[in-house]
Ligand binder design. Structure first.
Ligand code: UDP
Ligand code: MG
Length: 313
């Protein structure tokens, strides 16, 4: 028997979850007729939803021919924590992670499973071909972000990659070993390595409910990603500092020589103020960058749990 676990983080998905589950059940049945040794397990993680997502999960668990595990967090911990919890509670030889809103179509699962059967790849990842249906400004920032992070980070982070994957157990175990508190999945997948087969599909809108990501949440997530997978900002800050010191030194020499030759007319207050502000600003910026890393270290050393479970079956 081969078990496939499907990990689904859910935050206020009462309307989409039943639709998703119906489709998953259909796909699972199809796959079982083709590969008779397959078993399916759904791992639903309720990320502190305020609607009746948990009730929906409990209901689905009693009325299906797929094993359903559900766990419910004590509050909203974010998608990254839900994914981690789901992976930790999955038992499958293969584990898929997907959204509850049907933006990750379950109908791709047979194709993904088939690819893994060849033995060449350890996981199949998906990326979307278009960013249609997304506000243009968000797409623009997203593209800049991927350009930037791939420049400054050694870890390969793919533009347009979704969190929809099917992985072999060995890869899941590797991911579970990364117990960091500040999680950025796209980087973690890249970091653990393994052979990845990419398949592309068209972006589709969610079936029900609304996206949980505002522009600012995404922006903060992008900053998290940079701090988590690159130390380049620290190097850049030091370089700017060094360049400015050099410049200041040259200017001092220049001013001393000029004063010796032409005397000392008191002038240049405005430029002085400008310079003071510029330098003050740069110092604060660099301290801010340092602070970002320090804050992450602080949070990591506290060793807090990534999530807290209130209820589970
Ligand atoms: N999600 C979650 N916790 C959160 C936010 C989102 O578990 O704090 C889940 C959500 O229920 C969905 C998936 O993560 O299954 C993707 O969320 P969403 O569709 O809002 O993101 P988008 O597709 O717009 O990037
Ligand atoms: Mg979505």
């Amino acid at each position: 028997m081969t078990l496939i676990s499907v990990v689904v983080p859910c935050y206020n998905e009462q309307d989409s979850l039943p639709i998703f589950f119906a489709e998953l059940t259909r796909v699972a049945a199809n796959m079982r007729t083709r590969w008779s040794s397959l078993e399916f397990e759904a791992v639903f993680v309720d990320d502190g939803s305020s609607d009746s997502t948990l009730e929906v999960m409990k209901h689905l668990a009693t009325s299906s021919n797929i094993i359903v595990r559900w766990l419910s967090f004590s509050r909203n911990f974010g998608k990254e924590s839900s994914l981690y919890a789901g992976l930790e509670h999955s038992h499958g030889d293969y584990v898929a992670t997907m959204d509850a809103d049907m933006q990750d179509p379950p109908s791709l699962l047979p194709e993904m499973y088939e690819i893994l059967q060849n033995g060449e790849y350890d996981n199949v990842a998906t990326c979307r071909t278009t960013r249609k249906g997304e506000p243009p400004i968000r797409s623009w920032f997203a593209r800049r972000f991927y350009r930037l992070i791939n420049h400054i980070s050694k870890t390969d982070i793919v533009d347009g990659a979704r969190d929809f994957r099917l992985m072999k157990r060995s890869m899941v175990d590797a991911i579970l070993k990364m117990r960091e508190y500040n999680r950025f999945s796209k980087g973690i997948y890249g970091w653990v390595g393994f052979n990845t087969k990419w398949i592309a599909y068209k972006n589709v809108g969610r079936v029900a409910g609304q996206t949980k990501w505002s522009f600012f949440k995404l922006f903060a997530y992008a900053l998290d990603g940079i701090v988590a997978f690159s130390t380049a900002p620290l190097v850049i800050a030091s370089l700017i500092g060094m360049l400015l010191c050099l410049l200041a030194f040259l200017l001092i020499v220049l001013i001393v020589i000029r004063t010796l030759i032409f005397g000392d007319p008191v002038a240049g207050w405005p430029s002085m103020i400008c310079l003071i502000m510029l330098l003050g600003g740069l110092q604060l910026l660099c301290m801010g960058i340092l602070g970002q890393y320090l804050a992450k270290i602080y949070l990591e050393t506290k060793n807090r749990p990534i999530y807290i479970i209130k209820e589970h079956n």
